[in-house]
Every structure is written in structure tokens, then in C-alpha cells.
Write a protein that binds this ligand. Structure first.
Ligand code: MSP
Length: 675
């Protein structure tokens, strides 16, 4: 392999059913690796496709009462459509019913037959339709096939055999000489273990009388080709006519990606076929684990398969892409559950990345005239530390990506983002912004945070292309560098930031819903919060500690009794505030109060919450929470909404309070109550 060439493949999927998350994962892994390698300056070719011959497909067609041709023409589209929805950018989609593929397979068969590598033999054995292969007696488990645990049948027939056993030693030698040929190492050991046993020859034909749907053997019209012999050759047939720009042929593939279920076919059948043909072997075969659901491998037959489309419809393509790559550690199994999905998206994307981005964006938009700041004249230690951390992380992430360790790579990016949030906590721009003398400092903080976020976003580009483009635009970045040019200092000073709302709305989790007193609606959703303006302040006739306020709520002016005696009336008049407009009316020492103003309780006394620029009457809401105001809200529900400050923002049930789409900020320690 030349240093800057990258040819990656996925298994070709059986065109007999609906694709599920397992299929989506391998294809996504290939897509993301292809995108990363393109950004690293490689010339990339990414192949995927469908496996359209064989008994499984023939049976699926028969069940539907259509011809196999009609069936595959229709069913291969399900994969193409899903790949389009999932943002998969493959270079070529191969179908094993393609004319070029068929003639390539026949050419290879003829060549091997002519050289005596394929011979006719009488054969008897246990045949599994679902696995489409024979098993030895001692391989069966409880009389069933050891992989899918499906019934097997005893078959005795003449068949053609590829003399695979001849290549056992050569294959072992190749694996030992090339420690990265089979990855991860555990899979390599598994294959070596398998090869320590005697290796049989491979039956590569099926009598036409039993199975008609296959590629005819060029030297015997009574037989068709065994589906695996046909399918494996797709990796080469798709590229025999292609070369890289410098004339180097595309074959051999840099990486074959697959699930561990098809390890033997890829690591034993395929390389021995290539050895017999005298063709080069692929550089790396990488087998990932399984997506489990309810503890079992996801598959159509187990009935536990997750439909990726449903998740994409609900939460967007990019979050699904992120979850799948983040939650499967390469080589190990991973489980998919609704709760895990929501937790991951809420923690990494809504809380960390989304919040950091929104915070910085809001400051740039509001306090720096909507423009990207200048690089700081003198960066302090906190700035230097964030820069050093970011630069180290960029190097680390690139190494992880090129060794296919995408989950740890994404974990490293998530840590970069958490560092930005910590930096913001420490430098508290929400305090600095209040002092016009500290404008330079605000510039420094925002530049540093935005630049660190720019680097993190660019590293996430191949995983979440659309979200990253929007996120970067919110920081004023329109052109994205390649990963080779990614270095600190690329933020385009002076460029306008594009408007953008919260990028990753928090997903409401079922568990949280159950905690709340009203099981269907989150308490925070039941609040009718509105911007108000205090227009009159009177002393309460019979309570020293209370004022009777008149508050303009747009369409009406309300009487609200409030314990705000810490303020002088002239400090309150004309102030904007946030009112709970649907609180059940209550008589307070003889005066009826129709609502309540929200204040943060600080040690120094209460501080009124401000709705920003919102006009009286404007509704406030919580991020990701649909407003469902209760008619007569009780104090209990208000308390259950748990209004408090978190990371410099006002939150209800953990979700950010938004005014005019922007978070309501408040500089107070985490957990400070709002009431
Ligand atoms: N047609 C053969 C492959 C021929 S390649 C020359 C085949 N097709 S398949 O439709 O069954 O797809 C198998 C592949 O789908 C697995 O190797 C893996 O890439 C993916 N997955 C299917 N189920 C999976 C999980 N539950 N988890 C992870 N990936 C799995 O075998």
C-alpha cells in the first residue's frame, strides 16, 4: 500500500431484508474512516453493496411470490436508501448481479479450474440453509448449526471443491509475518487457533437442481457458484478496472471492515482464494463486535433489531451517527438501548458540546457585535493551558483515528469540550461582560473558548457533518481546514457569526419523567413563564416584608405580592422580570396575588431574574421541553420544576431556560435556587 492510498470496504449485505443498526454500524464506520482519511490527504475509495445470490435470497423471493431478480432489484434499494439517509458517501455500490462482477467471478473460477485448484468430488455432510454451508458432525451443537442454531439436513451430492487445505501453511505464515493483517489481535488469535486444526477443502458449487439462483460455473452448466465464493470476490471485481490517480491499482484493499460473525470466511476462505489466484492479499481485515439488544446479537431472526430510521426521524441523523461510533469500543460488543442512547446524547452533545457552543455563540452575538474576536494580545495561564490541552488532544485524536480507535477518539474530543466548559466556568465571562472596563478580557476569553471549540468541531466533522457545519457557522467559521492544517489560531477574526439555536436539544428521558409527580408532563413544562415589566410598587397595607406590585405582562397588568423589600421601590420600577403567570391565585395577608416573580436567592439577598431583551408578555421556555402550561399551577409543581442555576445558566428540571431562544444566564454557584 502506498502511504496516501486508502481503499475501504464493508461486507456486502444480503438483499433479503430490512437493514438494521448492525448493518448501519459497519457502513458508518467505513464512511467515517473514509471521511477522516480524505481530510488527512489520502486518495480514498469506499466500496459497499449487496450480496444478491444464494439460497437465502431465493427463499425470500419465493416467500414474496416474486422472481429473485425482481426481489433483489427492489430490496437492494433499501440499503441504498438507508445509506443516503444516513449520509453515507460511498464511491461505488456493487451488486453481485452486476454483469462485470459475474464475469470476473467466472474468470477466476475458470482459472482455478484450469490449474487444478478446483476439482469435482462426491460430498456428504450436514448442510445449513441459513448459514449456506456444510458442517462436520462434530461441529454441530445439539444437532443444529453452531452459528445460527438452525436445523441442518444431511446431503449427499457431487460438488466442486476448491483445494483450500493446500494453503493452510502459507496463510499461517502470512498472518504471522503481518501482525496487523487481522485486527484486533484477539481475532487474529482466534483465526490462528482455527488454522491449528486440520483445514478442509471448500465446497464452492451448488447443484442447479437444488439452487438455481447463482452464478453458473463456467465449466459445468449443472452447477452454480457457492454464494460466499461469489460474494468475497466483490472486493476485487469492483476495482479491477480502477486505479489511483498515480496509476497504482486499487487492489489490494487497505481495510476490509466486518462483524465478527463473518471472520472465518474473510480471514480463511478469502485469503486462500487469493493465494491460489496469485493475487495480493488485503492489507488489514478488521472485525468489530456485535450490537446487542436485550443481551442478544441484533438480527432479524431474533426479533430484537433496532431500526435506525426510527431514531434518525426522532433525533436526527448526526446524533445517531455519533452514538453508534461513540458507544462501540472497536473489537468489543456493545449494547443498544433507548436509555443509553438518550444518556449519551444528553451528556456529550446536549450538556457538553451544545452548551459550550451556545454559551460562546450567545456572547459573540450579543457582546462582541456578532463578530469573531481578535487573538488575545496577552494570553494568561488559563488560556495557555486550554491551548496546550487542545493541541495535545488534536495529535492524540489523529493517532486514534488512524488506528481505527474511533470510540476513544470521540471520548478525547468530548474531553476537549469539557475543558472548554471548565475554562468558561473559571473565567466567568458572564461576570466580565458586566464591566465595560474588562472588554479586552472578554475578547480573550471568547477567542480562546471559540478557538478550542472550533478545533473540537473540526475533529467531529466526519462523524456529524451537518451539525458541525452549523456549529462552526455559529462561531463565524465558513471554510473548514483539512485535518493536516488543523492548528491553533485558525479562527477567522472579524468574520460575522451566523445565527443558530441550541444545536443539540436535550432528550427527555423516560426515567426522569417517572420521577416527576405528573407522570406525563415534566413540571418545568407546566410553567407559564413570561417576561414582565414592573410598573407600580406599593407597600403592602398589612405586611412589612411585602410589596404589592403591578406587573405589565403584555396583554394585561397583574397584581403580584412579592417579598422584595431588599430593594428600594425606585430600584424596582421599570425593571424587567420573569413572572410565573399561571400560579394559582393566593391571598397574602389580605391582598390577592396573581403570580410570582422569579428571583435567585443569593446570600446577599434576592436578585431578580432578567428575561434579556424580551418584551413584556413574551413566553420563556426550557430547552428541549414543549410548553404545556397548567391552568392553575400549584406551588408543589413549581417546586418540582427544580429551578436552579447550573453552569451559569438558569435551568428547570435540568433543562436550560430560554428567553428569545437564548439561555438565561446567571452568575451564581451551581445549585443556587431560583424561586
Ligand atoms: N452477505 C454476507 C457478507 C458477504 S461479504 C463478502 C453477510 N451479510 S449480512 O447481511 O448478514 O451482513 C453481515 C454484516 O452486517 C456483519 O458482518 C456486520 O458487518 C453487520 N452486522 C449484522 N448484524 C450485526 C450486529 N448485530 N452488530 C454489528 N454488526 C452486525 O453476512
Amino acid at each position: 500500500m502506498s502511504g496516501k492510498h486508502f481503499y475501504v470496504t464493508t461486507p456486502i449485505y444480503y438483499a433479503n431484508d430490512k437493514p438494521h443498526i448492525g448493518h448501519a454500524y459497519t457502513t458508518l464506520l467505513a464512511d467515517v474512516l473514509a471521511r477522516y482519511h480524505r481530510l488527512l490527504g489520502y486518495e480514498v475509495f469506499f466500496l459497499t453493496g449487496t450480496d444478491e445470490h444464494g439460497q437465502k435470497v431465493e427463499q425470500a423471493a419465493r416467500k414474496r411470490g416474486v422472481s429473485p431478480e425482481e426481489h433483489v432489484d427492489e430490496y437492494h434499494r433499501r440499503f441504498k436508501d438507508l445509506w443516503q439517509r444516513l449520509g453515507i458517501e460511498y464511491d461505488y455500490f456493487i451488486r453481485t448481479t452486476d454483469k462485470d462482477h459475474i464475469s470476473f467471478v467466472q474468470k477466476c473460477l475458470q482459472e482455478l479450474y484450469d490449474r487444478g485448484e478446483i476439482v469435482l468430488r462426491e460430498y456428504e455432510g450436514w448442510y445449513s440453509v441459513s448459514e449456506e454451508r456444510f458442517f462436520q458432525e462434530d461441529e454441530l451443537v445439539d444437532g443444529k448449526d453452531p452459528i445460527g442454531h438452525k436445523p441442518v439436513e444431511w446431503i449427499s451430492e457431487k460438488n466442486y471443491f476448491f483445494l483450500m487445505s493446500k494453503y493452510r501453511e502459507a496463510l499461517i505464515e502470512h498472518i504471522e509475518k503481518h501482525p496487523d493483517f487481522i485486527l484486533p489481535q484477539t481475532r487474529k488469535n482466534e483465526v490462528l487457533g482455527f488454522l491449528r486444526q486440520p483445514l478442509g477443502d471448500l465446497c464452492i458449487s451448488r447443484p442447479r437442481a437444488r439452487l438455481a439462483w447463482g452464478i453458473p460455473l463456467p465449466f459445468d452448466a449443472d452447477f452454480v457458484t457457492y454464494v460466499w465464493f461469489d460474494a468475497l470476490l466483490n472486493y476485487e471485481s469492483a476495482v479491477v478496472q480502477r486505479s489511483y490517480k498515480d496509476g497504482t491499482p486499487l487492489w489490494p484493499a487497505t481495510y476490509h471492515l466486518l462483524g465478527k460473525d463473518i471472520l472465518t470466511t474473510h480471514c480463511v476462505y478469502w485469503p486462500t482464494m487469493l493465494l491460489a489466484l496469485g493475487h495480493a492479499l488485503p492489507c488489514h481485515i478488521f472485525a468489530h463486535g456485535w450490537w446487542l439488544s436485550q443481551g442478544a446479537k441484533q438480527s432479524k431472526s431474533s426479533g430484537n433489531a433496532v431500526d435506525p430510521l426510527g431514531y434518525m426521524d426522532l433525533y436526527g441523523v448526526d446524533t445517531v451517527r455519533y452514538f453508534l461510533l461513540r458507544d462501540m469500543v472497536p473489537g468489543q460488543d456493545a449494547s443498544f438501548s433507548d436509555e443509553q442512547f438518550k444518556e449519551r446524547i444528553n451528556s456529550d452533545l446536549a450538556n457538553d458540546l451544545g452548551n459550550a457552543l451556545q454559551r460562546v455563540h450567545v456572547f459573540l452575538a450579543r457582546s462582541l457585535d456578532g463578530k469573531v474576536p481578535r487573538p488575545p494580545a496577552n494570553a494568561g495561564t488559563a488560556e495557555e493551558a486550554l491551548r496546550a490541552f487542545t493541541e495535545d488532544s488534536i495529535r492524540k485524536v489523529m493517532d486514534l483515528i488512524t488506528s481505527l480507535r474511533l470510540s476513544p477518539a470521540l471520548e478525547a474530543v468530548a474531553e476537549m469540550v469539557r475543558q472548554v466548559n471548565r475554562y468558561l466556568e473559571k473565567r466567568a465571562p458572564w461576570q466580565v461582560v458586566r464591566d465595560p472596563e474588562r472588554k479586552e478580557e472578554l475578547n480573550t476569553i471568547l477567542y480562546t473558548a471559540a478557538e478550542a471549540l472550533r478545533c473540537a468541531l473540526i475533529l467531529l466533522g466526519p462523524v456529524m457533518p451537518a451539525k458541525v457545519a452549523t456549529g462552526l457557522a455559529m462561531l463565524g467559521v465558513k471554510t473548514q481546514p483539512t485535518l493536516l492544517d488543523l492548528a491553533w489560531g485558525g479562527l477567522p477574526s472579524g468574520a460575522p457569526v451566523e445565527p443558530g439555536g441550541p444545536l443539540f436539544p436535550r432528550i427527555q428521558s423516560e426515567a426522569k419523567k417517572e420521577e416527576s409527580p405528573a407522570p406525563d408532563v415534566l413540571p418545568a413544562a407546566q410553567l407559564d413563564l413570561r417576561a414582565g415589566r414592573i410598573v407600580e410598587v406599593d407597600d403592602h397595607p398589612s405586611a412589612d416584608k411585602l410589596y404589592v406590585l403591578r406587573v405589565d405582562l403584555g396583554s394585561e397588568t397583574r397584581t403580584i405580592v412579592a417579598g422584595l423589600k431588599a430593594f428600594r421601590p425606585e430600584d424596582l420600577i421599570e425593571r424587567t422580570c420573569v413572572a410565573v403567570a399561571n400560579l394559582k391565585a393566593a391571598r397574602l395577608r389580605g391582598v390577592e396575588s396573581h403570580g410570582m416573580l422569579l428571583a435567585v436567592s443569593l446570600a446577599s439577598g434576592p436578585e431578580l431574574l432578567s428575561p434579556g431583551d424580551a418584551k413584556p408578555g413574551a413566553e420563556l421556555s426550557f430547552q428541549g421541553v414543549v410548553r404545556q402550561p397548567e391552568k392553575r399551577l400549584t406551588v408543589e409543581t413549581l417546586q418540582a420544576a427544580k429551578l436552579e442555576v447550573r453552569s451559569g445558566r438558569v435551568t428547570g428540571n435540568g433543562c436550560d431556560l430560554l428567553s428569545g431562544g437564548k439561555p438565561v444566564l446567571f452568575d451564581a454557584p451551581d445549585g443556587t435556587e431560583v424561586r
